[in-house]
Design a binder for this molecule. Structure first.
Ligand code: KG4
Ligand code: ZN
Length: 340
């Protein structure tokens, strides 16, 4: 079965061709970093326009790389939300056009389900497991019992972890997206030079909060400029900040496993590309005799392979899903669940 996946929820125009749920034939991404970086964040209108410019070229390239033709595709899977509505509409309408034109089924996919199931591109992990979806817009802990069976255990009460990476990078003068930049400069920093605060939100809570940490870094940078505190390098600040985020994420994953009595963990979403997070979670899981799984970094950040994969499993498990209709619509906000 050949699935064409389409992802246009934010600032990446992406298309992928996936065979039988786990053989990836192509994974094409046109990222818009150059368009948005001078504004310090994503400009929704520019994102939508760029998707319109790129979507046909990216689909064409994904088919060409996979060495298949559009008529060979059996199912089209597209991100229907959450995301920027103007961006989502481009992918959803392109997918509807293809579905109608070829008379093939269409499957709307929740972007978070795409991140969550990205692990199945490379690994047939057994259910149940704990999943942390950690990206620019979400920091969610789930108990995953099966395809479509997700129970939220905790989420951020303010900033997402990726958002806090981006904001701290901006404070240090780096362009969007800041996560990879912080990781890079943190490698030459001393994470113990200054201890930034960790928010655990009370005993047993599986929620997150990163806005206090962000403010603390901001105050520290201001004090540094005014000579009111020790003169730490940007590298040390990045390393101290990254360690604070990573420690809380890792700690809550272990807590979630203990609470739910589970021993398998999947960490996914853009921030899961972070090497320090992967290393810390892996070592915490090893200590507790748990198994930790991470998609390769290229499948952690936004991509269409994960959407094709989630669409494939949704179609196999729920062929009559409401999302499998031509009157499918994009939705800016949606929670993860059986009915999207
Ligand atoms: O999943 P994603 O590509 O898009 C969303 O769904 O949000 O995640 C993007 C987020 C951004 O905040 C970006 O700074 C962060 O993931 N990110 C990272 C790294 N790579 C991407 N954060 C920390 N370390 C990284 N290596
Ligand atoms: Zn994402």
């Amino acid at each position: 079965m050949l699935v064409l996946g389409l992802e246009t929820s934010c600032d990446d125009t992406a298309a992928a061709v996936l065979q039988d749920g786990n053989t990836l034939l192509s994974n094409v991404i046109n990222d818009q970093t150059k368009i948005h970086s001078k504004y310090g964040g994503i400009v929704p209108e520019l994102a939508g326009r760029s998707h319109i410019d790129q979507v046909h070229r990216v689909i064409g390239q994904s088919l060409q790389t996979a060495d298949v033709e559009l008529k060979d595709i059996d199912l089209i899977a597209v991100t229907r939300g959450p995301g920027l509505i103007g961006s989502l509409l481009v992918g959803v309408n392109a997918a509807k056009g293809i579905s109608y034109g070829l008379d093939i089924p269409l499957m709307g996919v929740n972007h978070l389900e795409g991140h969550l199931l990205a692990i199945f591109l490379q690994n047939n992990i057994e259910f149940p497991f704990i999943s942390l979806v950690v990206s620019g817009g979400h920091t969610d802990l789930y108990r995953v019992d099966n395809f479509g069976k997700y129970k939220i255990l905790g989420r951020t009460r303010d900033d997402a972890a990726g958002e806090s990476f981006d904001k701290v990078a901006k404070m240090l003068g780096y362009k969007y997206p800041g996560g990879p930049k912080i990781e890079k400069i943190a490698k030459d920093g001393n994470s113990t030079a200054h201890k930034f605060p960790r928010a655990y939100l009370g005993n047993g809570s599986l929620d997150f909060s990163f806005s206090g940490l962000k403010t603390s870094v901001k105050t520290f940078i201001q004090d540094r400029e005014e000579g009111k505190t020790i003169n730490l390098s940007d590298n040390d600040i990045a390393a101290g900040f990254q360690e604070a985020v990573v420690e809380v994420l890792s700690n809550k994953i272990i807590k979630a496993c203990e609470k739910e009595n589970l021993t398998r963990v999947v960490v996914t979403g853009g921030v899961a590309a972070n090497g320090a997070l992967r290393k810390t979670v892996e070592s915490a899981c090893n200590n507790a005799s748990y198994e930790a799984y991470f998609p390769d970094p290229v499948y952690c950040t936004d991509n269409a392979a994960m959407i094709a994969c989630a669409g494939y499993h949704r179609y196999k498990n729920f062929p009559d899903s409401k999302a499998n209709l031509l009157n499918l619509d994009a939705t800016a906000s949606s929670t993860l669940g059986l009915n999207l």
